[in-house]
Design a protein around this ligand. Structure first.
Ligand code: GLN
Length: 480
């Protein structure tokens, strides 16, 4: 029997299944073994081993009967922010203890309808708030490439699981970089589609005007395959884009000569790790050699992106998290005697310090005396950033920038300096503020052999072009 290491991408696995070299049951057995052997990574919160083992048998029968759908044999992990009917969901928080999801997220429903198998829920920062998966009720996720370092966040468990070959693909959520940054820290492909491309129905809300589901995979092809299944309009989410979803796989090999902009300020930033700067410039030069036009653009609003992001997401989070009151979901404090105590003690004991800090900041920026000064002002700056990005993209096909300012950092690096951790999101929040699709692709390694990510931002709802270009970039890098 072939060993899993040789077919960890779904494209490789499909042909083995088609040629009856391997069964889905054998694949699942090997994946479960890898999860068992690598528990120290802390990638999973729950593994649905019995259920997936049974479902794999059914899938093999379906394949033999030639009734299987597009994702038959693909094993997927869900971030602990995505509803899977009749399964626990915690959003990485104590406050959802004992909560069982009564319905499927649209994403989950579509994956299952396409015959994907779900292996478990993956560890993450509480409510997606963090950049390292250290702010997780279930403990820190470790990077499979160097266990003294973080896997990134907030979808850290999802990135670690794909990298450590515990599943083929993970579905994460990305509000300000939570799919792209862990993908970059673990040497994977991480796609955040345009806001509205994938339904948010059944995703735990952090900041509703920023939240997107995203995909972590080894290859652009696997990403495209999954996006084609989960994207598209949904009656449960009015913000979904109504138009038909293109055939991403079919478009993957389309090529072109593109106009690419890079943002001068992202490369001249003193805080940028030198090897990331070098690798980004090297990639731009390679693209130039391939015949693409590379233009340097000034983006003076860059320094406002992060404050704008953190004011707005905290404001939205403070209202979204109001529903966790000890009445409707999961945990309720056992020390409360009055109604008011139920609310206050449940929230005091159920949320972590970081989440409480953000709720308070969000409440502050929305308060009557502060709203115009902070929330309204940030909303206006968000519009300016959006317009400026759209202006660049009206003359260019893509914007390229590093995914992160540094490679995976050591566990506990920012324990005493949370603001420095926020600054590490500088390059990912840009596409989130503007609602644009963005992908992180592996772009070599630093001198410690840690992966570097490069980010490509495209025009709204042009994921097919973004994916085709990313596939082209992947091929160029493979020839290096
Ligand atoms: N690190 C960012 C934050 O804490 C992004 C998180 C995310 O995308 N969910 O807000």
């Amino acid at each position: 029997m072939p060993i899993f290491d040789d077919y960890y991408t779904f494209s490789a696995l499909r042909s083995l299944i088609a040629s009856h070299t391997i069964t889905v049951s054998e694949v699942v057995t090997q994946l479960l073994k890898r999860i068992q052997e690598q528990q120290d990574l802390n990638a999973f919160v729950n593994v649905y081993d019995n259920q997936i083992t049974e479902n794999a048998v059914v899938m093999d029968q379906k394949i033999r009967a030639k009734k299987a759908k597009a994702l038959a044999g693909m094993v997927i992990g869900l971030k602990d922010m995505i509803c899977y009917k009749d399964h626990p969901l915690h959003a990485g928080s104590k406050i959802l203890t004992n909560y069982i999801s009564p319905f499927h997220a649209t994403v989950t429903e579509r994956l299952l309808a396409a015959d994907a198998l779900i292996i478990g829920h993956q560890n993450c920062d509480e409510f997606g708030m963090g950049s390292s998966s250290e702010n997780a009720h279930f403990g820190t996720v470790l990077n499979p490439l160097d266990k003294t370092r973080v896997a990134g966040g907030s979808s850290g468990g999802s990135a670690a699981a794909v990298k450590a070959k515990m599943c083929h693909v993970s579905i994460g959520t990305d509000t300000g970089g939570s799919v792209r940054q862990p993908a970059s820290f673990c040497g994977l492909v991480g796609l955040k589609p345009s806001y509205g491309r994938i339904s948010r129905h059944g995703l735990v809300a952090y900041a509703s005007s920023f939240d997107t589901a995203g995909i972590l995979a080894h290859t652009v092809e696997d990403c495209a395959r999954v996006l084609g299944i989960i994207a598209g309009p949904d009656e449960w989410d009015d913000t979904t884009y109504p138009k038909q979803v293109p055939d991403y796989l079919n478009e993957l090999n389309k090529s072109g000569r593109y106009r690419i902009a890079y943002l001068e300020e992202t490369l001249s930033n003193d805080g940028l790790q030198s090897e990331i700067k070098e690798q980004t410039i090297k990639a731009l030069n390679l693209l130039k050699k391939e015949g693409h036009q590379i233009d340097s653009i000034h983006f003076r609003l860059l320094k406002y992106a992060l404050p704008t992001y953190y004011i707005l997401v905290n404001a939205e989070a403070s209202t979204n998290l109001a529903r966790f009151d000890g009445m409707r979901y999961g945990f309720r404090s056992s020390n409360a005697t009055t109604l008011e105590e139920v609310y206050t003690k449940t929230r005091t004991e159920g949320f972590s310090k970081e989440v409480k800090k953000r709720i308070m900041l969000g409440t502050f920026v929305l308060s009557a005396s502060q709203c115009a000064k902070h929330y309204i002002k940030a909303s206006k700056v968000r519009n300016l950033i959006k317009q400026e990005m759209q202006k660049i993209l009206s003359n260019h096909d893509f914007i390229i920038l590093p995914t992160t300012t540094a490679t995976a950092f050591r566990v506990n690096s920012f324990a005493n300096n949370p603001l420095a951790m926020y600054w590490s999101d500088l390059y990912t929040v840009l596409a989130s503020v503007a609602g644009l699709p963005a992908i992180s692709l592996p772009n070599g390694v630093d001198n410690k052999n840690l992966p570097i990510g490069i980010q490509v931002i495209g025009n709204s709802f042009e994921e097919e072009k973004l994916l085709a270009f990313s596939h082209h970039f992947e091929n160029i890098m493979a020839c290096q």
